[in-house]
Design a protein around this ligand. Structure first.
Ligand code: PMV
Length: 320
């Protein structure tokens, strides 16, 4: 019986992925760029079980909700199709991030699942191949295959994968203001935004130009430009999300207060920029030397944690 265990870390986007060009293939409307973190890993074991009639999925020691199990099962169907296998699997996952609060736990989850499933089902994939596979589970998972800064090309089914890019040294200060599950999943919110926001087309165009500018800023090692583009891109994403019908607001007053404080820090000469994914929590982007000072200043607004660039998804163990 074949089994494999893999570990992956979440990522925080500096240029956000928001909107799909193809729902089935999970092709993004525009490219994006992120930092894979050195915190909150997900560790996942995929164990093939010829005696099982269907897949099972255990999350943090308990059977997962039916919708989550079904999503894992659909992902494994895709792996089995490619591997020419009909064998079900027992999947167990330990996720060290607060699920559903905008810390991209699905990115780490599907990056770890893709890496473990490819090994257990005998699909020999390189980093680009694993990134393409992880993309089918959750778009942002394509980037968690890659260590540190990763750029995910919009591309087509063959070319839509993430790869590493050089950039300035940075740290992130995660400010957790709310640990509750987000009210609307990013999948549903992306769909609603694309269908109902009058600004969706403009958002996709602006995301592509932000990505070009961000790629250049990263290559130049220009922290200031990276931070400015990231903050503006995050606020544009939240603006397009808020313009959906019915509207969706992920950022709450407590998160907005973090954006205010980051702006105040900049006025004082402490250079920090803010971003937030599809959830209430805010992340400050800082130079390594400023991380502790910024964390101390933001500590009154939520639970703070300093994180840095982390490893790509990797196999932890394997058995035949
Ligand atoms: O991978 P998904 O479908 O959960 O999308 C996540 C999208 C954001 O986190 C909001 C932005 C991003 O680029 O990670």
């Amino acid at each position: 019986m074949s089994a494999a265990t893999a570990r992956a870390h979440p990522n925080i986007a500096l240029v956000k992925y928001w909107g799909k060009r193809d729902e089935e293939l999970v092709l993004p409307a525009a490219g994006s760029l992120s930092l894979t973190l050195d915190a909150f890993p997900t560790t996942t074991t995929v164990r093939l079980d010829p005696a099982a009639r269907e897949d099972s999925f255990e999350l943090n020691g308990d059977p997962a909700a039916p919708a989550q199990t079904a999503r894992v099962g659909r992902f494994l169907d895709h792996v089995r199709l490619r591997a020419g296998s009909a064998v079900s699997a027992r999947v167990s996952s330990v996720n060290e991030a607060p699920t559903g609060a905008g810390l991209a736990s699905s990115a780490a989850g599907f990056a770890a699942l893709a890496t473990a499933a490819a090994s257990a089902y005998g699909l020999p994939l390189d980093s680009a191949g694993l990134s393409r596979l992880a993309r089918r589970g959750s778009g942002s998972a394509a980037r968690s295959i890659v260590p540190g800064l990763a750029v995910w090309h919009a591309g087509d089914d063959e070319t839509s994968f993430a790869e590493p890019i050089a950039g300035p040294a940075m740290r992130m200060v995660i400010v957790t203001v709310d640990r509750s599950q987000k009210p609307v999943s990013s999948r549903e919110a992306m769909r609603r935004t694309a269908l109902t926001s009058p600004f969706h087309g403009a958002w996709a165009v602006s995301a592509e130009s932000s990505l070009r500018a961000m790629t250049a800023a990263c290559r130049a090692g220009d922290f200031t430009r990276v931070g400015r583009i990231a903050e503006s891109n995050a606020l544009r994403m939240h603006a397009v999300i808020q313009s959906a019908d019915p509207p969706i607001r992920y950022l709450t007053a407590r998160g907005t207060a973090v954006f205010d404080e980051v702006e105040a820090l900049r006025r004082e000469g402490l250079e920090a920029y803010a971003t937030a994914d599809a959830g209430p929590n805010v992340v400050a982007i800082v130079r390594p030397d400023d991380a502790d000072d910024v964390a101390a200043r933001l500590a009154g607004l939520g639970a703070v944690q300093v994180v840095g660039p982390g490893p790509g998804a990797r196999l932890v163990s394997q058995e035949e």
